[in-house]
Design a protein around this ligand. Structure first.
Ligand code: SAM
Length: 162
């Protein structure tokens, strides 16, 4: 796959998985955590498809499109390695859904990130909650769910916590 193919597959998977999970979490209480504001595209989509659901967004800096920046109470700025570990008092209940879009495309950097990210995500996810991630994670308390047809090569993964 060319880099353009990889990019398109990733965005296609993001949209499909966000919508799939949004339809499944009606009965799962808790906020949504968006790891990686970036340009704000997936945050903007999440707030559109999950109106009324609290969404907390994490990034080391705010550099999104001005129309896609969360309010100050819901934008958690800093290194996720620290902020995700200590966000409990601010975000409250464990998350019904975590969308993790931190991948660099560099396999070594992604492996290193996966190592510290997995336990932090485990600690912040509600039982029955979902994780869609662009970095494959080793999560003992989660089941990896099959990707929807056509998205198998997207380099995105979907998990549900038991
Ligand atoms: N989901 C975004 C969108 O749709 O526009 C794109 C996210 S972009 C691919 C990844 C973002 O993750 C970058 O903005 C980067 O600053 C952030 N990021 C990566 N590692 C991070 C870390 N350890 N702590 C905080 N932010 C991080």
């Amino acid at each position: 796959m060319s880099r353009l193919d990889v990019f398109l597959a990733r965005l296609t998977a993001q949209k499909a998985l966000l919508e799939l999970v949004a339809a499944k979490i009606a009965d799962v209480p808790g906020p949504v955590l968006e790891l990686g504001l970036g340009n704000g595209r997936t945050f903007d989509h999440l707030r559109e498809i999950l109106p009324g659901r609290e969404i907390f967004v994490f990034d080391r800096a705010v550099s999104a499109h001005p129309a896609s920046i969360p309010d100050g109470d819901h934008m958690i700025v800093g290194d996720i390695r620290e902020t995700l570990a200590y966000c409990g008092p601010r975000v409250g209940a464990p998350a019904a859904f975590i969308h993790c879009d931190l991948g660099t495309g560099d396999p070594t950097a992604d492996l290193a990130r996966a190592d510290w990210l997995a336990p932090l995500i485990d600690a912040r996810t509600a039982s029955g909650g979902y994780l869609a991630t662009g970095v494959r994670l080793d999560l003992a308390n989660f089941d990896m769910l099959p990707m929807p047809e056509g998205l198998e090569k997207s380099r995105y993964w979907l998990y549900r916590k038991r």
